[in-house]
Write a protein that binds this ligand. Structure first.
Ligand code: XLS
Ligand code: CA
Ligand code: CA
Length: 439
């Protein structure tokens, strides 16, 4: 039933900006070389299985609105198989290279640890066949330690070590599966690694248990020879009131505290950045600065809503600024852009899945072209460099000299009777450069 779900759709192709075909790319031309690299290799885009194939269109006020064949009954072995087939067929129809999954997204429901492991193992065997059949790759896998009621108080931060051990079993199996499937990264999103009320929460114990967990995951990665990157995905809250992986700065402090700053990077999600009161480009810039920019979940929030709406990206300006940060970071090595985005509940048809992804792909591709144009033009980058140019002069160097004290710097100011002249930050000029970009 599933292989035929997308039978009426052709593979999406690049037709250029004048195309009138809603099922064509206007900007994403995978073989076009931008700043010395093919677009496909810059962007490494992925489809997520959870929103696009598992979510039935339900919300807290109502049932699922979608009528995909695999949603009609229980999530048994047949339904899970159809869902996997449909997912990989869809990625091929979009002509994108990658997909991403949680363990529970791709398997049939199973109770008990033995049955759970067996069901997941069957799914992984099938995914291996499907990857070969459709010529697609895995950007990352992750274990879901937040949906099952057992995880209501967290996985690695649960007060009950038996829950922690269950989580260890899921993560071990999912990390090994990701390795076997050739995954480029392994993600940990700590959805319930936080608290609902501080009244019942011992933060110090929870953080130490969480730090121990992450160290064990890294150790296991090396033990099995997985060469991909381990990624933490920051989010400030939802479902918990407070999530420990609040944002990139908090995650970096956590990694340093537990000795993992050279082992683990971040997977930045646009909507999580904005939920945290930041801009998307702020989170990317922070990760670039710390050298921990791993991968990106591509989506957007709604500026009037305070929750995680996971809509498809559609702001060319936001993605221009984001791509500028990714390019400044030197681009991705293992990472890519994963569409952690879902069509709206009223977008019930198979074609809506295409419209969501095609729009997102083109928005990101256009962001890349515009950011590349700004980098090639050089005016903004030159201005930024000049603005800090005096730091390589004599005073700047002296300030950073190991032997220099606060008093030395203060004496310098007094001795030279310093009277620094104000210089414009040229914010509006900078903003105009972005707005006037032609690509
Ligand atoms: C939820 C997160 C989740 C992670 C993977 O808000 O975005 O989907 O990406 O667990
Ligand atoms: Ca995400
Ligand atoms: Ca999200």
């Amino acid at each position: 039933m599933s292989a035929s779900y997308f039978k009426d759709f052709e593979t999406v192709q690049f037709e250029g900006r004048d195309s009138t075909n809603p099922f064509a790319y206007r900007y994403y031309d995978k073989d076009r070389v931008v700043l010395g690299k093919r677009m496909e290799d810059h962007l490494r885009m992925a489809v997520c299985v959870w929103h696009t194939f598992c979510w039935p269109g339900s919300d807290v006020f109502g049932a699922g609105t979608f009528d995909r064949p695999w949603h009609r009954g229980a999530n048994d072995a047949d339904a899970a198989r159809s869902k996997r087939e449909a997912a990989l067929a869809f990625v091929e129809k979009l002509d994108l290279p990658f997909y991403c999954f949680h363990d529970v997204d791709v398997m049939a429901d199973a109770d008990g640890i033995g049955a759970f492991r067996k069901s997941f193992a069957e799914a992984v065997d099938h995914l291996e066949e499907l990857q070969a059949k459709h010529g697609r790759k895995l950007l990352w896998g992750t274990a879901n330690l937040f949906s099952n009621p057992r995880y209501m108080a967290g996985g690695a931060t649960n007060p009950d070590p038996e829950v922690y051990a269950w989580g260890a079993s899921q993560v071990r199996d999912c990390l090994e599966a990701t390795h076997r499937l050739g995954g480029a990264n392994y993600v940990l999103w700590g959805g319930r690694e936080g608290y609902d009320t501080i009244l019942n929460t011992e933060i110090g114990v929870e953080l130490d248990n969480f730090g121990r967990f992450l160290n064990l995951v890294v150790e296991h990665k090396h033990r099995i020879g997985f060469e991909g990157t381990i990624l933490i995905e920051p989010k400030p809250h939802e479902p918990t009131k407070h999530q420990y992986d609040f944002d990139t700065q908090s995650v970096f402090a956590f990694l340093q505290r537990y000795g993992l700053e050279n082992e683990v990077k971040v997977n930045i999600e646009a909507n999580h950045a904005t939920l945290g009161g930041h801009s998307f480009e702020h989170e990317l810039a922070m990760a670039r600065t710390f050298g921990i920019l791993g991968s990106v979940d591509a989506n957007r929030g709604d500026y009037q809503n305070g929750w995680d709406t996971d809509q498809f990206p559609n702001s060319v300006e936001e993605w221009t600024l984001a791509m500028l940060e990714v390019l400044r970071a030197g681009g991705f090595t293992d990472g890519g852009f994963n569409f952690d985005a879902k069509v709206r509940r009223q977008s019930i048809d198979a074609e809506d899945l295409f419209h969501g992804h095609i729009g997102g792909v083109d928005t990101i591709a256009r962001g890349l072209l515009r950011a590349a144009e700004m980098i090639e033009d050089g005016a903004l980058e030159d201005f930024r460099r000049d603005r800090y140019g005096d730091w390589s002069g004599s005073l700047g160097t002296m300030i950073h000299d190991k032997g220099t004290s606060l008093a030395d710097i203060a004496d310098y100011a007094v001795k030279h009777d310093l009277d620094p002249q104000r210089r414009s930050g040229r914010q509006e000029w900078c903003e105009n450069i972005v707005a006037r970009t032609r690509s």
